[in-house]
Design a protein around this ligand. Structure first.
Ligand code: C2E
Ligand code: MG
Ligand code: MG
Ligand code: MG
Length: 287
């Protein structure tokens, strides 16, 4: 009897599960289609040199403009793309779109050779030898200098640190592109890997600065993290700066670069020229 009951229960729940599954697979189909017909766009968020206000580069952040659901944010569809085996295709689209955009800005003399575009790459990209070829190809076809392209990898992706990953990192490094660890301080945070990995910079997760400006013990923590990163021969970028006070505290602590809503939200590429023009003014004001 209990077995029959169990089956009944299962039946009662099934329509709901099916619905969720159908919505999911519809979304996967939509994503598959949108990769073909251009429903993805990139927004760009400035990374700012704290001492001068100069925009040293931008981070490309993908958005999905869904025909009926509006903008869908990456935290919602990147995991879906991973599961559905679409992440490589998505990663290639982002890589190409971002580097071509940078090429256009360079050609329009909007940015100089110090300006970089940062691209988030997934653990899957890192594991694929094809991805190294893709990076090589897009650099070749655009003529963009490799130093102007920085790949952001999360700690979680890097820390697994198997042989293949290390080989791929070496391969990417060999092309001359920059490598940055993203979301530092949220993952498994093995400190020793900071010294071992072939990376250039570390982007500290915004959770490490949320208390800055309110919690009096926070500056000491930021100073310690900065010191740790520098002791490993690396430089830090601070993300999630939302207030003038936070920016000022970071600058005072000797931090060089930061990113966050205080400087600018991620914006569509059409708004970048205006932001670049504003930066010149603020630099002039500072003398
Ligand atoms: P992330 O690479 O750590 O990017 C920073 C995220 O923080 C972005 O969210 C950005 O909009 C947000 N952010 C920036 N400044 C502030 C701030 O001052 N306060 C707060 N609260 N948030 C801020 P977004 O665009 O929703 O992206 C979320 C994550 O999705 C990214 O985290 C990245 O891991 C992933 N992602 C975004 N674009 C791509 C992509 O093209 N490929 C891959 N594989 N992942 C991507
Ligand atoms: Mg990032
Ligand atoms: Mg991050
Ligand atoms: Mg993140």
């Amino acid at each position: 009897a209990s077995k029959a009951e169990g089956q009944n229960r299962l039946h009662r729940f099934e329509p709901g599960l099916l619905l969720v599954r159908r919505l999911r697979s519809q979304l996967v189909e939509d994503l598959r289609a949108t990769l073909k017909d251009g429903g993805l766009t990139l927004h760009y968020q400035p990374v700012v040199e704290l001492a001068t206000g100069r925009i040293e580069g931008v981070e490309a952040l993908v958005r999905w403009n869904h025909p009926t659901r509006g903008f869908i944010m990456p935290d919602e569809f990147i995991p879906l793309a991973e599961e559905a085996g679409l992440i490589s295709e998505l990663g290639l689209w982002v890589l190409r779109a971002a580097v071509h955009q940078l090429r256009d800005w360079i050609n329009a003399s909007l940015v100089d050779s110090r300006f970089s575009v940062r691209i988030n790459i997934s653990a899957t990209d890192l594991q694929s030898l094809q991805f190294i070829e893709d990076v090589r190809n897009v650099l070749k076809e655009t003529g963009v200098r490799p130093e102007q392209v920085v790949l952001e990898l999360t700690e979680v992706a890097i820390v697994r640190g198997n042989e293949l990953d290390r080989y791929s990192l070496g391969g990417l490094r060999g092309l001359g592109v920059g490598i940055e660890i993203d979301d530092f301080g949220t993952g498994y945070s093995s400190i020793s890997y900071l010294r071992r990995l072939p990376v250039d910079r570390v982007k500290v997760d915004r959770s490490l600065i949320t208390g800055l400006g309110t919690d009096p013990t926070q500056p000491a923590l930021v100073a310690a993290v900065l010191q740790l990163i520098r002791a490993c021969g690396l430089e830090a970028v601070w993300e999630g700066v939302e207030t003038a006070e936070q920016a000022e505290l970071l600058r005072g602590l000797g931090c060089l670069s930061a990113q966050g809503y205080f400087f600018s939200r991620p914006v569509p590429p059409e708004q970048i020229p205006e932001l670049l023009a504003g930066q010149a003014e603020s630099a002039a004001r500072q003398g």
